[in-house]
Ligand binder design. Structure first.
Ligand code: 13P
Ligand code: SF4
Length: 348
């Protein structure tokens, strides 16, 4: 039963003590998040891995790229374990290293040595390594603005991987006109650009997106404006430009949590982000009306792969001395990805 499984997890947490550390991303299910030693967005979880744990086993409740980041930032002898290997990220999968190297060559041919690459942490370790080796850095949704500003001190152009929306929304906030942004299509190996002169492009956006955040639409916003005009609309910057532009507030997972927590009682909030987080905010703020911007709700199916049963199974394998589902980044990949991550961590 659920209760038996929960008791068993508590028991094993007790037994392992400081040897075990469980980070949990805000999009994880409640049945898992209750056991997290720390909860956070992707930046906070990366910082915790880098600074705050000596645990022998890090059982990561989040998705594959986050576990890779934790492995890169922790000591060699620490083992990072992902309770279900199917917990990937469809956005991270939209940029592979072969496509990236091919696209980079074409971009160098078009623009010369004027581009610095930035990658959202929602990317594979191989992409982070490519970015680190080419003078760039990682970004998260909570520091993207600061990192784009830094990147423009390095080169006159930025390649932003793999989320076109976070790249576009952030560059727009910094004053880069939409006409000065082009999209790189890694399937056709071509630029998508309808301006007059490609040489005016300052930001090249990789054609990737988050399939969860793309479900929040302008029509969802129109509906709220019509039916509940007092509602504040707050969305994650992985939503499209149109949706961000028509919302009242946009920001990272941490920003959304803080804004709603600090809001006055009685206020109404339509939230454009992952379902588990929206449901948690609804329950935590019963004095406010907090609900999903899309009434169909938007779960991240891969985040949801990590459930109580998989968490328990992982802990039981450790108890038996079997290390299953360890996430191990090859040393030559880790070498440059740590550089990309450090360039971010030393600035935030
Ligand atoms: P943040 O945790 O940086 O807000 O990212 C959201 C996300 O989609 C994580 O996969
Ligand atoms: Fe990836 Fe989007 Fe899920 Fe985050 S919410 S893990 S970006 S698919």
């Amino acid at each position: 039963s659920t209760e038996e499984m929960e008791n068993r997890v508590w028991q094993l947490k007790d037994k392992f003590g400081d040897k075990l550390f469980i980070p949990g991303h805000h999009y994880q299910k409640d049945e898992v998040i209750q056991f997290a030693d720390v909860t956070g967005d992707s930046l906070q979880l990366a910082q915790v891995a880098a600074d705050n744990t000596d645990a022998a086993y890090i059982v990561f409740c989040g998705v594959h790229f986050m576990a890779e980041t934790a492995d890169i930032l922790t000591k060699k002898e620490q083992k990072v374990i992902l309770p279900d290997m199917r917990a990937g990220c469809s956005m991270a999968d939209m940029a592979n290293i072969t496509q990236t190297e091919r696209g980079w060559k074409e971009m160098q041919d078009t623009f010369g040595d004027t581009i610095v690459p930035l990658t959202y942490v929602n990317s594979t370790a191989a992409i982070k390594s490519f970015v680190g080796e080419n003078g760039g850095a990682t970004v998260t949704s909570s520091n993207a603005k600061k990192m784009l500003e830094w990147a423009f001190t390095q080169k006159e152009r930025i390649l932003f991987l793999p989320d076109q929306h976070l790249g576009r929304n952030t560059a727009y906030d910094l004053g880069v006109p939409l006409e000065n942004m082009a999209v790189w299509n890694p399937i056709t190996d071509t630029f998508e650009y309808d301006g007059d002169d490609l040489q005016n492009v300052q930001v090249i956006l990789w054609k990737g997106h988050c399939s969860v955040h793309e479900n929040f639409t302008e029509s969802n916003i129109n509906h709220i404006r019509k039916t509940k005009p007092a509602t504040n609309i707050i969305v994650h910057p992985e939503c499209s430009r149109e949706v961000v532009a028509r919302s009242d507030y946009a920001g990272s997972t941490k920003y959304i949590i803080e804004t709603i927590s600090n809001a006055a009682p009685g206020t109404e909030w339509a939230v454009g982000t992952e379902m588990n987080l929206v449901n948690r905010l609804t329950k935590q703020h019963l004095d406010k009306d907090v609900f999903s911007l899309n009434p169909m709700m938007c779960p991240c199916l891969t985040m949801n792969r990590i459930d109580l049963a998989h968490l328990l199974w992982s802990l039981e394998t450790i108890e038996k001395g079997e290390i299953i589902n360890q996430i191990k980044v090859e040393p030559e990949v880790a070498k440059w990805s740590v550089k990309a991550l450090d360039r971010m961590l030393e600035r935030v």
